[in-house]
Design a protein around this ligand. Structure first.
Ligand SMILES: [Zn+2]
Length: 434
């Protein structure tokens, strides 16, 4: 429940207008975000890297620049900076993640030194110079290689039952920073890669039929997503960018703070494509409510209640998290919470109406549906989405398919899939009738 709110507040100052912000959707993860100011500035990364690294002083140069007569280095704080610098130069070639971490260690050691000296002393200038060089060298690393390397690292942690959120080197935050440094075309290519990987899961022999059907449905709408980008001053999520009557097109503002590594990214892609698939199936408004166009208030009340019960059942099956690591349990709990928040549909309806993206009539209908759903309003925006997202998680985590949570999730996914299919057929038939 907190996951949707935190980034919005973090970004309040950076956004052009509250209306535009409110008309966006979906933050899949908590945590601070910074604007994409670095994006697109590194056209020639390889050349920049060579220059920057050669510009970073060697250990001997650093010792010269921070030499003090009669002072022992090893015994003092400066020795830690020496050590961090030595560790960096001892790294073999390549290994962008190792270099990133080593450079971060240099920065941390420099800052600790300056803080220790309260910013004064003979050596501070030299230390500050090294600090700046290490920061420059960080931003000159190959962003794509860093991103993929960090995800591989997080994947190893998740597979080993470790909690990547607890890693003080902040791999997910670093992955997000690396993604900000990618040029637009590279970012799109990397995200297309995740879509391809999701598509390719259908070839897994062990993939449940429900998941295979869902992925097939999602792949059918991929081409409607015309932009995949780092969120620019807004929240991650899927946004309809066309007006009524035009061919639909969507922009995917990708959440690259990949807390769970590859499973997070593929789950995120599945979640956001589900918004598109459901929007098309249900004939929804730009709010992308998960309700068939023209449904009655009574139908919506029953639908929300049914979904609420499923989420409650899933929560029960999750229990104390047997069969999952702590991290996995937390990811699932977040999704279950995200799928059911009260007042959510009304909030969206009001902000979309204020932005002129829906008519007053549409707003009135959505507000009435929100009231009918009561505390389960969130299921009218996020239900099919989190169900499909968790399907992808469990497959990639290789969760036991007999786990009660998995069994119930598959049944829920089948139910939601059937509902979308029926709505799609009804819409198509209505379109065929002259
Ligand atoms: Zn969503």
């Amino acid at each position: 429940m907190h996951s949707h709110e935190t980034p919005a507040r973090t970004h309040d100052r950076q956004r052009p207008a509250p209306v535009a912000r409110a008309a966006e959707r979906d933050a899949d993860s908590p945590g601070p975000r910074s604007p994409g100011s670095l994006q697109g500035t590194l056209g020639n990364t390889a050349v920049t890297r060579m220059i920057t690294v050669s510009r970073m002083m060697s250990e001997d140069e650093f010792k010269q620049s921070t030499k003090r007569f009669g002072a022992k280095r090893n015994a003092s704080e400066i020795g830690r900076v020496d050590e961090a610098l030595r560790a960096f130069y001892a790294l073999p070639d390549g290994g962008q993640v190792a270099r990133l971490y080593a450079l971060k260690d240099i920065v941390a050691a420099c800052e600790a030194y300056v803080a220790h000296k309260s910013g004064e002393g003979d050596r501070v200038d030299g230390v500050e110079r090294l600090n700046n060089q290490a920061r420059e060298a960080q931003s000159a690393l190959d962003a794509e290689a860093v991103f993929h390397g960090l995800l591989a690292e997080i994947d190893r942690m998740v597979a080993g039952g470790e909690d990547p959120d607890m890693d003080r080197r902040l791999p997910a935050g670093e992955a997000q920073k690396a993604s900000q440094r990618m040029s637009g075309p590279v970012f799109t290519t990397v995200m297309d890669g995740f879509i391809d990987r999701l598509r390719a899961l259908r070839g897994d022999a062990g993939l449940p039929d429900e998941t295979r059907a869902v992925i097939g449905e999602l792949m059918a709408v991929v081409d409607l997503v015309t932009v995949k980008q780092y969120p620019r001053g807004g929240m991650p999520g899927m946004k309809l960018t066309t007006a009524a009557g035009e061919d639909p097109a969507f922009t995917f503002n990708v959440d690259t703070q990949a807390r769970g590594g590859s499973s997070f990214m593929l789950g995120h892609v599945a979640h956001e494509l589900t918004h598109v698939a459901a929007h098309q199936a249900f004939g929804s408004s730009p709010v992308m409510e998960l309700v068939r166009s023209g449904a009655t208030v009574a139908e919506v009340a029953a639908l929300a209640e049914e979904r609420k019960q499923v989420l409650a059942g899933l929560r029960q099956d999750l229990g104390e998290g047997d069969g999952f690591s702590e991290f996995q349990q937390r990811m699932l709990e977040e999704k279950l919470g995200y799928g059911g928040q009260s007042g959510k549909l009304k909030k969206y309806a009001d902000s979309f109406a204020a932005a002129g993206k829906i008519t007053p009539e549409q707003q009135a209908q959505l507000v009435a549906w929100d009231a009918a759903a009561g505390s389960a309003s969130g299921t009218l925006i996020e239900y099919d989405t989190v169900i499909n997202q968790m399907l992808v998680y469990l497959h990639l985590w290789e969760t036991d398919q007999d786990h009660p949570f998995y069994v119930r999730l598959r049944a829920a996914a089948r139910g939601a899939f059937d509902r979308r299919s029926q709505a799609r057929e009804a819409t198509a038939q209505a379109g065929d009738t002259p």
